[in-house]
Design a protein around this ligand. Structure first.
Ligand SMILES: Nc1ncnc2c1ncn2[C@@H]1O[C@H](COP(=O)(O)OP(=O)(O)O)[C@@H](O)[C@H]1O
Ligand SMILES: [Mg+2]
Length: 276
């Protein structure tokens, strides 16, 4: 008998040109043959992608190529957009997110999202997190809630800066602090996947550095998908990279490999700065 345990990974989509590191842990998110439309405008074309667990995957590509649309497919935020239609399959931890049993509220908790512009609620720092937690757990008691608020702020590297002003308005925080508060708010409801859509686009280099350091730590516990225009940022923090162009996912692989030896001419041209 063969006593070597075989690690069974979910099947990697074979269509397309994705090159995926199959040696890593099972996929947190898989897309297979995903196409999508806003009305008659097709914006994703047969996208196959595998997002490894507890790694940082960077989605790169020129503006308008469908990166944000792809993120919104993963937690079904496109459902909120009139005229949106999707084909193909997206699974999170093996479960089809469009399946009949799926609880969309639970899905959006499992797959948290942070946007380009920090969007704290116009209320206190404490309530920004408490509101998100109470929405999912209405009967939570105050002590437990206090504990979750503190832990989430610590996990988002913000606690020391706000612990004396929890009742102050979140809008009084700096942009970088607001973005870390949004990350704390996403973490407070215990997600498994954290998606960030150009989270540093409006931040200065120091605030950006703090977010990058934070993401590198969060990677030990969460699967992170980040859209970034900043190739240096992708190089600094991502393990895996996927290059999108005009709605197609042209190439995926370990970041160092894609940067050093892109398989596609289009990827090389983008990395050289030939695309906007
Ligand atoms: N809510 C929407 N309604 C209609 N078209 C949209 C919407 N959001 C994005 N699009 C279109 O989809 C295409 C891809 O956009 P997007 O996913 O935002 O790209 P990226 O994030 O790569 O810049 C663009 O042509 C954009 O105009
Ligand atoms: Mg975008």
């Amino acid at each position: 008998m063969n006593d070597v345990a075989e690690v069974v990974l979910p099947a990697v989509p074979t269509a397309g040109t994705a090159s995926v590191d199959v040696a890593c842990e099972p996929w947190a998110v898989q897309a297979a043959g995903v196409s999508s439309w806003y009305g008659s405008n097709q914006v994703l074309k047969d996208v196959d992608i595998c997002i490894p667990q507890r790694r940082i995957t960077a989605l790169i590509g020129p503006s308008g190529c469908g990166k944000s649309t792809f993120l919104r497919c993963v937690n079904r935020m496109n459902d909120l957009i009139r005229g949106f239609r999707m084909q193909g399959t997206v699974s999170v931890h093996g479960e089809d997110i469009n399946g009949p049993q799926v609880d969309v509220t639970l899905l959006r908790r499992t797959v948290g999202m942070v946007f380009q512009h920090p969007n704290p609620f116009p209320m206190s720092v404490y309530d920004n997190i408490a509101l998100a937690v109470r929405e999912h757990k209405p009967s939570i008691n105050r002590d437990e809630l206090d504990g979750i608020v503190e832990q989430s702020l610590k996990d988002a590297h913000l606690w020391d800066e706000v612990k004396d002003r929890l009742s102050g308005s979140a809008l009084g925080l700096s942009g970088g602090q607001q973005q870390r508060l949004c990350i704390a708010r996403a973490l407070a409801v215990k997600p498994e996947v954290l998606m960030l859509d150009e989270p540093c686009a409006s931040l200065d280099p120091i605030a950006t550095g703090k977010i990058e350091e934070l993401l590198l730590q969060l990677r030990e516990r969460y699967t992170i998908i980040i859209v970034t225009h900043n190739l240096a940022q992708a190089r600094r923090i991502s393990d895996e990279m996927a290059f999108f162009l005009m709605g197609e996912m042209l190439e995926q692989g370990p970041t160092q490999q894609v940067l050093a030896a892109p398989q596609r001419e289009e990827t090389a041209a983008y990395l050289d700065g030939s695309y906007g």
